[in-house]
Ligand binder design. Structure first.
Ligand code: AVJ
Length: 345
């Protein structure tokens, strides 16, 4: 029998989960559909790919031979985790878009070995992912506290709890590339707002390379990415009572060399009109009409540094894999950005 311990002044459960979705999230899907499908060039934002099936398909994508980013990023993390733990002394890892947290363990291991780890804060829109990984990680890392935030990192970053010590905010996988340049800088500025003077941002970004390699990564031979792309139509059918026939759309992935991003589109095979019942919205497609479903920006070191500095972030370290496919960067908030040059000594 365990002896009874006296009650602590504050009891600290290992897991706490806050949910900020519900009604507001559904509205954002409806708003995005209304806004995106009534334009001359139709467009849907990529965040709506990730229902349970979409999240599963994305996990399958990460295992595909053509999809190198996940493997490259993991290799860099494995190579640098010990150094990251030393550089940051982090007590806390906040992970934006945590998903299944599979790469997270590499960092949690290094922070455990360094003896600094106290808490993990996963932030993700997929509720089941946050709950499952909280259970698994508190089992795997005795003494670890998990404070999950179910929410959208474009809207709920202010719900991230106050830091318990030096913090790493991890934004892995290259997801920052989903934002076009203007909103990318806005998102980075908001993330910078999570960083105190002892904190760091650890961000993964895919790099510009041979267009054939890029396009293959987004148009795999097995057709998993095509299914992932069409899945967004299934989400609209279920959530908004639309009547899309996903098989009536072809998957397209193209590298745009001017913008340096991959574009995914769905191309209507024939002329038709879909009704989005919950919005009373008829949507007409011409034969061959294309709808943009994702951009995935590819970076150069220069472009990344200028995006970071626009968000008042400065690069501390740049890590890449031997083939320079992918980059992992550690940065911190610029201290006193306005008055820095006037401060003596
Ligand atoms: C999760 C946004 C990083 O852009 O590579 C994978 C999503 N789309 N295959 C990416 C994705 C098609 C992925 N991110």
């Amino acid at each position: 029998m365990e002896p009874l311990t006296p009650p602590e002044p504050v009891t600290q459960a290992a897991i706490r989960i806050d949910s900020h979705l519900g009604g507001a999230h559904e509205r954002s899907l409806a708003d995005d559909v209304l806004d995106g499908l009534t334009r001359p060039f139709k467009e849907l934002p990529p965040k709506h790919f990730y229902d349970a099936r979409g999240a599963q398909l994305f996990d399958q994508i990460c295992e595909l031979p053509e999809y190198y980013p996940t493997r490259a990023e993991r290799a860099i993390l494995e190579e640098t985790a010990t150094e990251l733990a030393t550089l940051t002394g982090a007590a806390e890892l906040v992970e934006l878009g945590s998903g299944t947290a599979s790469k997270t363990r590499v960092l949690l291991d290094a922070l455990t070995d360094a003896g600094t780890l106290v808490r993990y804060v996963p932030v993700d829109v997929t509720e089941s992912m946050v709950r499952d990984c909280a259970e698994e990680l508190t089992d795997e890392y005795p003494g670890l506290r998990v404070h999950g935030v179910i929410g959208d990192f474009e809207r709920h970053l202010d719900r991230v709890p106050a830091a318990v010590g030096p913090r790493i905010v991890a934004f892995l996988g290259g997801t920052i590339g989903n934002f076009p340049p203007g909103s990318r800088r806005r998102v980075l500025r908001e993330i910078a707002g999570l960083l105190g003077p002892h904190d760091h941002l650890l961000m993964g970004t895919d790099l510009v390379k041979d267009p054939e390699v890029l396009e293959a990564a987004y148009d795999d031979a097995q057709g998993v990415t095509a299914e992932f792309n069409r899945n967004v139509l299934r989400v609209l059918n279920r959530e908004l009572g639309a009547d899309f026939e996903p098989e009536n759309f072809d998957h397209i992935a193209l590298f745009d060399p001017e913008h340096e991003w991959i574009e995914m589109r769905l191309r209507a095979r024939s002329e038709h009109t879909t009704i989005v019942r919950d919005l009373d919205l008829p949507v007409h497609f011409a034969a061959g009409e294309e709808m943009r479903t994702e951009i995935s920006a590819k970076f150069t070191a220069d472009r990344l540094e200028s995006d970071l500095s626009a968000a008042e972030l400065e690069l501390v370290r740049w890590f890449t894999d031997p083939e320079e496919l992918f980059a992992l960067t550690l940065s911190r908030a610029v201290r006193d950005p306005a008055g820095a040059s006037r401060t003596p000594g």
